[in-house]
Design a protein around this ligand. Structure first.
Ligand SMILES: [Cu+2]
Length: 143
């Protein structure tokens, strides 16, 4: 798609057609501010919609009984967890250091998403379903 087409789409969608006369469309250099952030977001975040408020989005898979996809380190800020439970049992992710806050939870075969604010430090993420924690516990360093 051409740059002009992108500008036109952006204007039509966000500002309305009235704001997009021939003047603005032809002065390409005067309005790069409007479209640049949108393009950067699209490139940097895999899930455009969900990522709008999150600094980082991670995808975690849970099974019977394991976690996959919880990173060793995360940047401080707003973290979105997209949770997919491919097991048969219920699983969740609870953060011990945040008063055992449950961020996501799902029955077997389901999914969930949750957002959590993390300051720098060490966090223990685990599944709070009785008996699961020994196999489902990960330490994450937030920096
Ligand atoms: Cu579990």
């Amino acid at each position: 798609m051409s740059r002009l087409a992108l500008v036109a789409l952006t204007c039509a969608g966000v500002l309305g057609l009235a704001a997009c006369g021939p003047d603005e469309a032809s002065t390409d250099n005067s309005e790069p501010v409007e479209e640049a952030p949108a393009e950067e977001n699209g490139a940097a975040e895999e899930n455009g919609d969900a990522a709008e408020t999150a600094d980082e989005t991670i995808s975690v898979e849970a099974g019977d009984n394991y976690f996959e996809g919880i990173p060793d380190t995360l940047p401080a800020g707003t973290i979105e967890i997209q949770f997919e439970n491919v097991g048969n049992m219920q699983h969740d992710i609870v953060i011990e250091e945040l008063d055992n806050m449950q961020v996501v939870e799902s029955d077997g075969g389901g999914s969930d998403a949750g957002v959590v604010e993390l300051e720098p430090g060490e966090y223990t993420l685990y599944c709070s379903v009785p008996g699961h924690r020994p196999d489902m516990e990960e330490t994450v360093t937030v920096e």
